[in-house]
Design a binder for this molecule. Structure first.
Ligand SMILES: CC(C)(COP(=O)(O)OP(=O)(O)OC[C@H]1O[C@@H](n2cnc3c(N)ncnc32)[C@H](O)[C@@H]1OP(=O)(O)O)[C@@H](O)C(=O)NCCC(=O)NCCS
Length: 231
């Protein structure tokens, strides 16, 4: 399976495909081909990090996804109440479609599995916020019984590597409630810089919540030795 990300408008992507109808996208996997100012990126998924496989969601992830999304501890800072099983099924139907980035505004959402033991233990996302500004946003969640092993840091590191080294984004951001100490620790461990605190930014669980904004630039990423993501 391949993730194809096209930098530019849908119309530009269509023009590009028409002009290069016989293009073997597999042949340029991992490279960037510039055709008439239309950038096409081809990246293989699943992504693999040292201990993890980051793969598209599948319909049979329902039980494992529900175990996470119905857990109050996992949901506390995610902006909603724990999901019912019906809500999880509805969301999963959307998640299985989020296996590529083909236009700004889309999110790539991948299930996290350990290489050593199959089964979904969490998820990680990369949203393509702006094509013009080359900006993305990462997010993550890990089932409480698998937290504290560095899995979120490793998975998010894999997504940052994808963002900066393959998709050539210039800036990636992440938001975290200051009370969400685990999330803040992950972002700091990734060497993202805390740039702002937006006071009372969200109405969360019947109270106003602040949001810390973390960011990383491409030049900062290249100074850091990232966890290796192998296609
Ligand atoms: C945030 C979350 C993904 C972290 O997952 P994880 O796999 O446990 O993360 P890691 O093991 O990679 O790192 C956790 C870090 O947080 C620290 N930590 C964990 N719980 C903590 C706590 N209560 N207080 C302070 N630090 C804590 C750990 O020590 C570790 O820091 P270190 O690497 O410097 O030792 C997980 O807690 C989670 O799913 N939370 C609910 C969803 C969520 O809030 N997502 C983020 C939205 S912004």
């Amino acid at each position: 399976m391949h993730l194809v990300a096209v930098g530019g408008s849908d119309a530009a992507a269509e023009r590009c495909a028409r002009r290069h109808p016989g293009t073997d996208l597999d042949a340029v996997a991992g490279h960037i081909a510039e055709w008439n100012r239309c950038l096409v990126f081809v990246v293989e998924v699943p992504l693999r990090t040292e201990r993890l496989i980051l793969r598209p969601f599948a319909t049979d992830d329902l039980d494992a996804l529900h175990a996470i999304r119905s857990h109050p501890d996992a949901m506390r800072f995610l902006g909603g109440k724990p999901w019912t099983r019906a809500e999880t099924a509805e969301q999963l139907a959307r998640l299985v479609e989020c296996d590529r980035l083909s236009a700004q505004g889309e999110s790539l959402r991948l299930a996290i599995e350990r290489r050593a033991a199959p089964g979904l233990i969490g998820s990680v996302s990369l949203r393509w916020v702006s094509a013009a500004d080359k900006r993305g946003e990462v997010g993550f969640v890990i089932h409480p019984s698998h937290q504290g092993h560095g899995f979120a840091t490793e998975a998010a590191g894999g997504m940052l590597q994808l963002a900066f080294e393959r998709l050539r984004l210039h800036r990636v951001v992440a938001g975290a409630d200051p009370r969400n100490r685990a999330s803040v620790a992950v972002l700091r461990r990734l060497r993202m810089q805390q740039e702002a605190c937006l006071r009372h930014h969200t109405w969360l669980n019947d109270e106003w919540a602040d949001e810390l904004i973390f960011g990383m630039l491409a030049e900062e990423w290249s100074r850091w030795t990232a966890p290796t993501t192998r296609a």
